[in-house]
Design a protein around this ligand. Structure first.
Ligand code: SAM
Length: 379
């Protein structure tokens, strides 16, 4: 018999699970529970220093708890793991995201004043302009957060209307021999976005990066445009430029020459096809110090650095600061609070001050948070 205890959630972990203290002192992570709620918790797995639990029965529920609008939502092995916060109303989700950012920034020296109110998503649902499905050729869906099993779905409320139609068309095409997983593969992946219909689905090939919430991406672009207009300079270095989503904005709002750097050839091909004026494109692995140094060698006088790294953040902050000794402004767009905080500490340790931190919600129903930040070197 597995152990069951009664516990109150007192916090949220970075992956969105509730944190509960077991009477014996260790921490238990529980999906589908919210801070302040009390539940009977069944231990599923003991780890070295913590445990994983599930709700065996609710004792007291948050007033923000709601019936999840999607029937595939849940924390069990047969439930889709895509929207772990859907059981809580959007206001409470936003507050939890803001509070996490606030707690992090309070630990950074002299940075509290920089925090702005969170920018909410206009659409709580119907916002995703791209998606990746898993299929075995017979069934199609997403994976459960619990055990990575295929969970069959026939709809997804966070997808844009166009993508929901594409999902229906893909389901109608089942069974599909071409989607059977190859040897040693459990699933085939199908990538879609709004520019393609079901016949053009990308099979086992990731599409170039695209900010997944168009309306919120437009807000990020507006924020960046305002920065590009007000910071006067001759050279801007843009790291992790992808296919130029932000490069376009910088070109439109600054007279500077832009050095746009990225590792993915396909994304750089898209950027090159935009034929933007004053943009020099370089392909480089920005997690490799030698490659980074080569890319920046001819531009060591640059005063402005703009970067939008993947979740890992920018590991080479210190090396970059050593190379670019004339830097005055750093515009850092991040999709991960933990790595942003690590890198922010590096900038602050090198005489930068956090002028602005704008949290923005790109992904309602999930714990993800986007951070738009501006650091300026002390005079
Ligand atoms: C969050 S996306 C940002 C892209 C772009 N700013 C946009 O808004 O579409 C991060 C980008 O970093 C790129 N990337 C990931 N690892 C990299 C690496 N080691 N070196 C250079 N670029 C990398 C990805 O290909 C992706 O385009």
């Amino acid at each position: 018999m597995s152990e069951v205890f009664t516990g109150e959630a007192y916090d949220l972990a970075s992956d969105g699970q509730a944190v509960v203290r077991h009477p014996a002192g260790y921490v238990v992570f529980v999906a589908g529970l919210w801070p302040g709620e009390t539940a009977q918790i069944r231990i599923l797995q003991y780890k070295k220093k913590h445990a994983i639990g599930e709700i065996a029965g609710m004792e007291s529920a948050s007033t923000n708890r709601r019936k999840p609008p999607c029937r595939f939502h849940g924390a069990g092995s047969q439930d889709c793991g895509g929207c772990p916060w859907m059981f809580i109303d959007y206001e409470a989700q936003l507050q939890a995201k803001y509070d996490r950012v606030k707690r992090s920034i309070e630990k950074l020296p002299h940075s509290r004043e920089a925090l702005r109110p969170i920018v909410r998503s206009e659409n709580e649902f119907s916002y995703r302009n791209r998606a990746q499905f898993k299929t075995n050729g017979k069934r199609l869906g997403f994976v459960s957060a619990r055990n990575k099993q295929l969970v069959t779905v026939d709809d997804c409320l966070i997808l844009s209307e166009k993508n929901r139609e594409t999902l229906s068309e893909l389901i109608a095409a089942l069974p599909e021999k071409r989607w059977q997983p190859g040897k040693r593969k459990v699933f085939t992946t199908l990538d879609i976005d709004e520019s393609r219909d079901a016949a053009q689905v990308s099979i086992n090939r990731r599409l170039p990066f695209l900010q997944a919430n168009t309306a919120q991406n437009n807000r990020m672009r507006e924020w960046l445009a305002q920065k590009a207009r007000t910071i006067e300079t001759q050279t801007i270095i843009e790291l992790f430029c992808g296919s130029g989503n932000f490069t376009e904005v910088i070109v439109e709002n600054s007279k500077a020459t832009i050095l746009a750097i990225e590792v993915a050839d396909e994304a750089l091909g898209v950027l090159a096809s935009k034929k933007l004026a004053n943009v020099e494109i370089i392909c480089a692995d920005l997690f490799d110090q030698a490659s980074l140094s080569r890319a920046l060698a001819a531009h060591q006088h640059a005063e402005v650095l703009i970067l939008d790294p993947p979740r890992d953040g920018f590991k080479l902050t210190q090396a970059t600061l050593a190379l670019l000794s004339k830097l005055k402004h750093v515009i850092y767009i991040s999709c991960d609070l933990a790595t942003w905080t690590r890198d922010a500490n590096d900038f602050i340790a090198h005489d930068f001050v956090l002028r602005e931190l704008q949290p923005l919600d790109q992904f309602p129903q999930t714990p993800h948070i986007e951070l738009l930040s501006h650091f300026e070197r002390k005079p």
